[in-house]
Design a protein around this ligand. Structure first.
Ligand code: SF4
Ligand code: SF4
Ligand code: SF4
Ligand code: FES
Length: 984
């Protein structure tokens, strides 16, 4: 469509629904303070007034339409813009030179300059509120708050934590947390969305305060004095000259503040952002351009970086001598590693050595680790921690659709009409994915079904919450498949065209009648029928699942049942549909993609395929072993059996995160030689003979692959701490000490090698991943990637998917009279996994200081337990002592224990039972006995944890309430504000 702006005819692009986007693209200069492209029109600031057909309109809330004639500079428009901004300045004191937000991106500063404001007509007025410093990560200064409402919009409708609002009816409006609590005691989850989008210094990261500017660290009294001086000269000099001084201050900062793009080191969502640093001080994390997250983060990605400069960092290799560790130089330590591995290999053969790669390390590091195992030592004994969670989901997808990854992207989850979440605490384990589902559910009418043992946040929001008996998801999923097929509600056309194996599958469903399913799962027949009809009616359905499914003895089969259900309902091959096993660690997907698996080389190429081996043998110039190696679980058994003598493990806290931890620890004690590479002296290091200090993500280059198969580059934010090395360099150096001739000087060279040997990554290179660019595998040689898989065919030779029959057996480790309680476990929002990284961020420790066990109110009453009561949990495999938290998130005799503890880890209780297909431990199948101890302490979760807050859901910032204020009139002095077509 054609639109005329200031006399120039312009062509609007299809996505430029809003006039403001068109004006911005074409280099226009209309001020806009509250508008943010990722928030949409908020309409609180009125600074974007333009004239259309003689009427003033808000450009941010008006759809561009064919033939529109727009003036951004007419007298009427210009006057309205200035008047609107004048009102804003009455809420904000301009002291830019001594403001930590004066870094070139302050919207208030930049708009003052754009409008060439010299003097304020409406004087600045303080608000009768104190600064709120009660959150450990950020503070709110009401006096600087311009009431734009961006933060409210972000919290209500993007993060959907629904903490923030503005009391528009109050004589002195301000931003409120939970309607008037302190931030610290509110429901705020410290995700940082609000701080990220605040256009000025009203909301600031505490790490910025006193650190960003040259003069901003002055004492408050000195700062106030300087601010007074500035205000004093303003009537005479005007803002123009004051802004010149502040811009000089900003220019000086440019030389010492670095902004470097990285990818989050925690979960598999794959959030990316700029990290602002001054020397080694992390000023802030600034998300904006990340393809997975945009402005979104959770508390860990935004604020959880205390581990980087922790005093506990390992900074020198350690060698065990006479039962004690001593410091050693790199040369000595690597020499010892090479000597011992060579000796053990010579004596007991290459298969007496094993390697564990890290799902926190980069793709390039995982690739090198498996190359070290295969090409240098000559064994396929290599694995990574996807064995502990993701392998069953990968198998389920390999069996049915052909690729072991999410079938689409996060944007598909947003587009779905129905999202079904099975066994995933998405709001805490994959918080930014949860925001997308919460937002579509709140704003776009998306339906949500959650199946879980706990009533977690997603369950509370769901249209339907299912609480089946533990370990029975396969049953109700199969019963729904049968019901849909029997009732003619399956997608017959899709099945005919795209799916093999229907008859055999139909036969396998015979046992799963509604009656049998109700008996086995505890769900009513009517509930199962309701779910089936919701699924049948949805045009586009995504199913999300995680460890609640995969960490069961039938994790692979239940994952298969999920994919079967998607196939019979035709929910593949289209946007807004598909299978989404949510990957736990930042690079758990990439670690497997790049060959850290005992049976696969990079790109899921089988070690027993001679053609594949030939290609790698030519590339690596070695002879490769052809038989499958040991997986993590088998390695532990093999150590106990005396077959495995040496192990080299990177960045995994295996002695705590593997199931039946006591048994794993006992195995490590039997190793002849154990190398552990980590950034801290982890619990696993205690068993090591040599400890090598690696580098965290901010100190190295490389790539991570997120849950949506998205490969993204991380750039080096900081130099490695003195004494540490990026892990790829350490692996390279170990290989060279063992006689290899590896010359990699940069991870990009490793990626080039990967691309040359791996069809799935053929087109991946660092240029195509520069900055915020990303690729979602498979990537063809010309760089074409596949955000949505299977758009033309499934990944089998005939292009058709396969229904794969499975049958339910029932969980292991069932409760009995002695072990009478079921123990579930999983993540907490604030901590990552065992907490080795996150406990090193003080604010996180403050909010979530310790582990606990959740006890239902009914069980608490029966056993005389209150929050803070010390209890002992005893399973068939071990025991732990910890405090109870009474909560209705769990029911009856089901307990829940988060995994964030090194001292009392849940895996002292879990068993060695596994899913037989993948050897993934059945972590979720644990029965325990509970002893109530005499001591009663404080509640293990302090009052300042977000769980105790009281959110105030509303529809965004609700600007209409501002417009109803008696003292509000649109700027332009009644010049006829007209709302044209609004796009929200
Ligand atoms: S939850 Fe807290 S940090 Fe996140 S947007 Fe809301 S108020 Fe801000
Ligand atoms: S605190 Fe919120 S309302 Fe106030 S200026 Fe910042 S984003 Fe706008
Ligand atoms: S932990 Fe996950 S959701 Fe949170 S910022 Fe990092 S990648 Fe995003
Ligand atoms: S940018 Fe604030 S009302 Fe349009």
């Amino acid at each position: 469509m054609k639109v005329e702006i200031d006399g120039i005819s312009l062509e609007a692009q299809p996505d430029e629904l809003l006039l403001i986007d068109l004006i911005n693209r074409t280099g226009g200069s209309v001020p806009h303070v509250c508008y943010h492209p990722q928030l949409g029109p908020v309409q609180t600031c009125d600074t974007c007034m333009v004239e259309v057909n003689g009427h003033l309109i808000r450009a941010c809330a008006t759809a561009a339409v064919e033939g529109m004639i727009v003036s951004t500079k007419s007298t009427k428009a210009a006057a309205a813009q200035v008047e609107a901004f004048d009102r804003i300045l009455s809420n904000h004191m301009l002291y830019c030179t001594v403001c930590d937000n004066n870094n070139g991106n302050c919207t208030v500063h930049n708009t003052t300059k754009l409008l060439a404001i010299e003097h304020q007509r409406i004087p600045f007025r303080t608000k009768p509120y104190e600064v709120d410093n009660t959150n450990p990560f950020y503070r709110y200064d009401p006096d600087q708050c311009i009431l734009c409402g961006r933060c409210v919009e972000a919290c209500q409708n993007v993060e959907v934590n629904e903490t923030l609002s503005i009391n528009w009816e109050d004589p002195n409006p301000r931003v409120l947390w939970d309607g008037g609590s302190t931030i610290g005691e509110s429901s705020c989850v410290s995700c940082g969305h609000c701080v990220t989008v605040c256009p000025c210094n009203a909301l600031m990261e505490k790490t910025m305060l006193g650190h960003a500017g040259f003069l901003t660290s002055l004492k408050k009294s000195a700062l106030s004095g300087m601010i007074e001086v500035v205000k004093g000269v303003e009537p005479e000099t005007g803002y123009g000259s004051i802004l010149q001084v502040s811009e000089a201050a900003h220019a000086m900062r440019e030389h010492r503040i670095r902004r470097t793009k990285t990818v989050c080191t925690y979960c598999g969502v794959g959030c990316s952002f700029d990290v602002w640093t001054k020397d080694r001080h992390i000023l802030k994390v600034a998300p904006e351009h990340g393809p997975a997250n945009g402005i979104s983060t959770c508390v860990k990605g935004k604020f959880g970086w205390g581990h980087i400069n922790s005093e506990d960092r390992l900074t020198t290799p350690l060698i065990r001598e006479n039962g004690k560790f001593r410091q050693a130089g790199w040369d000595e330590a690597l020499g010892l590693v090479a000597r011992k591995l060579t000796d053990i290999k010579a004596k007991d053969g290459p298969d007496s050595v094993a390697f564990i790669s890290s799902s926190k390390c980069t793709n390039e590091e995982s690739y090198l680790m498996q190359k070290l195992a295969r090409a240098v030592i000559g064994t396929n004994n290599v694995d990574n921690c996807s064995r502990y969670c993701q392998s069953p989901a990968t198998v389920g997808l390999f069996r049915t659709v052909g690729y072991g990854g999410d079938s689409g992207s996060i944007s598909d989850m947003e587009k779905a009409d129905l999202v079904v979440i099975v066994g995933s605490n998405t709001a805490e384990s994959h918080p930014v994915i949860a925001t997308r589902v919460k937002s579509s559910h709140k704003l776009d009418g998306q339906k949500l079904i959650v199946s879980d043992l706990r009533e977690n946040e997603m369950a509370r929001r769901a249209d339907l919450f299912l609480h089946p008996k533990p370990g029975t998801d396969l049953v109700w999923l199969s019963a729904i498949s049968r019901y849909l097929l029997d009732s003619g509600l399956a997608h017959t056309k899709f099945l005919d065209q795209w799916v093999n194996g229907l008859e055999e599958y139909r036969k396998s469903l015979e046992p799963y009648t509604l009656e049998a399913a109700a008996r086995l799962t505890g769900l009513s027949e009517q509930t199962i029928r309701t779910v089936a009809h919701m699924i049948a009616e949805a045009k586009r359905m995504c199913i999300l699942w995680a460890m609640g499914v995969t960490q069961q003895s039938q994790g692979s089969d239940t994952s298969t049942a999920i994919s079967n259900l998607l196939l019979i309902t035709g929910n593949y091959m289209r946007p807004g549909t598909g299978a989404y096993p949510l990957r736990g660690h930042n690079n758990v997907q990439g670690a497997s993609d790049h060959g850290s698996m005992p049976n696969m080389l990079s790109g899921y190429q089988s070690v027993d395929d001679p053609e594949v081996r030939r290609r790698f043998e030519t590339g690596w110039k070695v002879k490769l072993p052809s038989s499958k190696g040991l997986d993590n679980h088998e390695m532990v058994e093999a150590i106990h059996e005396g077959k495995l003598k040496a192990m080299y493990l990177i960045g995994e806290e295996m002695s705590i995160v593997d199931s039946n931890a006591n048994y794993v620890g006992a195995a490590f004690e039997k190793l002849d030689f154990f190398v552990v590479q980590d950034i801290f002296f982890s619990n696993t290091c205690r068993y090591a003979d040599v400890v090598l200090p690696g580098a965290p993500s901010l100190e190295k280059e490389g790539t991570f692959t997120s849950t949506e198969r998205r490969i993204q580059r991380l750039y080096q934010v900081l130099e490695p701490l003195q004494g540490c090395k990026p892990d790829w360099q350490i692996i390279r150096d170990v290989a060279n000490k063992l006689g290899a001739d590896w010359n990699y000087q940069h991870p990009s060279e490793i990626m080039d090698e990967i691309a040359s040997l791996t069809p799935m990554s053929a087109g991946v290179n660092y240029d195509r991943l520069a900055g915020y660019k990303s690729l979602q595998w498979p990537v063809a040689a010309d760089g074409t990637d596949e955000p949505l898989l299977y758009t033309k065919r499934f990944a089998f030779p005939d292009g058709k998917a396969r229904l794969f029959p499975v049958s339910w057996i029932g969980p292991t480790d069932q409760p009995n009279a002695e072990f009478d309680l079921h123990l579930n476990n999983g993540r907490l929002l604030e901590h990552f996994h065992e907490g080795n990284l996150t406990y090193r961020t003080e604010g996180i420790r403050e909010k979530t200081p310790d582990v606990f066990v959740e006890v239902s109110p009914e069980l608490a009453e029966e056993r005389g337990i209150q929050s803070g009561t010390w209890v002992q949990l005893i399973s068939r495999y071990g025991k732990v002592r910890l405090r109870a938290l009474v909560t209705d998130r769990v029911q009856g005799k089901e307990l829940y224990m988060p995994m964030n503890s090194v001292e009392s880890p849940v895996n002292r209780l879990t068993s060695s039972h596994t899913d037989p297909v993948t050897n993934t431990p059945a972590y979720k199948e644990t029965s325990v006995h509970l002893n109530v101890l005499p001591e009663v302490g404080e509640s293990p979760l302090p009052r300042i944890n977000s769980r105790f807050g009281h959110p105030t859901p509303q529809n965004g910032v609700e600007v209409e309430r501002k417009w109803k204020r008696p003292d509000y009139a649109p700027p332009g002095n009644g010049n006829g504000l007209v709302q044209l077509q609004t796009k929200k």
